[in-house]
Design a protein around this ligand. Structure first.
Ligand code: NAD
Ligand code: TYD
Length: 379
């Protein structure tokens, strides 16, 4: 029986990870710790929390008293730290919150784990650790900065973050590695490319585009749309984390990505085509269209659903041009390869959003409208 502390699992990737673990293993217990910020939604985990295999604690990863109590109570084998402020545009608005959660929160978790997991000292004075424990940090390819037209990020690529978000994630990685070097703490890090899939908060590109199509809004593409991201279906990321937590080498970093580079313009066009194709094939999907033209013009007319919805808007400050991951290390060492092709993944994702509009309504019922107006008003 392994006991996990999974932080930030009311958010996009963490929730998918918890669902993946619960479907794969019978003999586990999971404690989810999440502050339920605007990006966290307890409803996402409603069917998973059963008080036996999976329990939920609302709280901040920076709260030392709380994390100490949780470690004493649950004797975790693994910590998997997803909790973070995760949106680059928000980090440009308010960098301090990113340092607070992403850096100081990670350091608090490391230190709590250290207090709980150290068993003594070796002859050189290094701490000795409980057998089989592991602190896993979920990081991002954005810590490497931006690529030109060619080349890939490897684990040896120097850290060169540009946004407050990526700088905070790089700082968190450095403090994790400092605990490895200074205390010989059993840690691992994964650095993954852009994820997409169910439960993605609609401030990020793909779910935002789907939401705007359904509301009859224009589709904002930053700059000229030539920026490249390397997209990976979220479950493939979850599988990679599970492999690294259980079988990765102590102290190692693993890049995770599926060689699936697309420009933002390609992504937006493909999303438009996918929504349209699905609506043409399934009339029930058209019922979630919310704008007036749809109701006036009748059910069958989808002529408006084309690339003319795209508007090029003011570019993001310091916008990284290209990310692309070389995943050979995790493939060669742990046998990880992505299982979901982009063609299947995008259809699955769009279909999920068309059939889970109540989830979208729930997560966007708070401050989302103000955020959208603020962020896109002067673009
Ligand atoms: P998300 O924004 O959807 O979810 C973050 C979760 O963390 C939310 O549930 C939020 O409530 C919680 N949280 C925020 N601050 C907290 C705090 N102080 N204490 C406890 N919980 C807190 O993010 P995501 O897209 O699921 O990303 C998860 C992790 O994966 C992040 O660390 C991110 O840097 C990393 N990552 C994301 C991507 C991506 O494409 N989304 C790619 C690579 C790595
Ligand atoms: P995003 O989903 O915010 O992820 P990240 O910034 O972590 O890569 O953005 C993905 C890409 O899409 C990024 O290059 C910025 C761009 N983008 C737009 O063009 N328009 C939008 O409305 C958003 C949210 C992002």
């Amino acid at each position: 029986m392994k006991t996990y502390l999974v932080t930030g699992a009311a958010g996009f990737i963490g929730a998918n990870f918890v669902k993946y673990l619960l479907s794969k293993y019978d003999d586990i217990r999971i404690v989810v710790l999440d502050a339920l910020t605007y990006a966290g939604n307890l409803g996402t985990l409603a069917s998973d929390i059963d008080q036996e295999r999976c329990i939920f604690v609302k709280g901040d990863i920076c709260n030392r008293t709380l994390t100490d109590v949780l470690f004493t109570e649950h004797r975790f084998d693994y910590v998997v730290n997803f909790a973070a402020e995760s949106h680059v545009d928000r980090s440009i608005e308010n960098p301090q919150l990113f340092l607070q959660t992403n850096v100081l929160g990670t350091q608090n978790l490391l230190d709590t784990a250290r207090r709980a997991w150290v068993t003594g000292r070796d002859e050189q004075g290094y701490p000795t650790w409980l057998k089989g424990v592991r602190f896993h940090q979920v990081s991002t390819d954005e810590v490497y900065g931006s690529l030109g037209a060619t080349g890939y990020f490897t684990e040896q690529t120097p850290l060169c973050p540009h946004s407050p978000y990526s700088a905070s994630k790089a700082s968190a990685d450095l403090i994790v590695m400092a605990y490895r070097d200074t205390y010989h703490m059993p840690v691992s890090i994964t650095r993954c490319s852009n994820n997409y899939g169910p439960y993605h908060f609609p401030e990020k590109l793909i779910p935002l585009i789907i939401k705007n199509i359904l509301e009859g809004k224009t589709l904002p593409v930053y700059g000229d749309g030539s920026n490249v991201r390397d997209w990976l279906y979220v479950t493939d990321h979850c599988k990679a984390i599970d492999l690294v937590v259980r079988h990765g080498r102590d102290g190692e970093i693993y890049n995770v990505g599926g060689h699936n580079e697309r420009t933002n313009l390609q992504i937006v066009r493909l999303t438009i085509q996918t929504v349209r194709r699905l609506m043409e094939a399934h009339s029930e999907y058209r019922k979630v269209l919310r704008h007036k033209e749809y109701h006036q013009d009748g059910l069958l007319n989808l002529d408006w659903l084309n690339d003319s919805l795209i508007t090029f808007v003011k570019d993001r400050l310091g916008h990284d041009q290209r990310y692309a991951i070389d995943p050979s290390k995790i493939t060669n060492e742990l046998g990880w390869t992505p299982e979901t092709s982009f063609d299947n993944g995008i259809v699955r994702t769009v279909e999920w959003y068309l059939t889970h509009q109540s989830w979208v309504d729930e997560v966007t019922s708070g401050d989302y409208q103000h955020y959208y107006e603020r962020m896109y008003a002067d673009r």
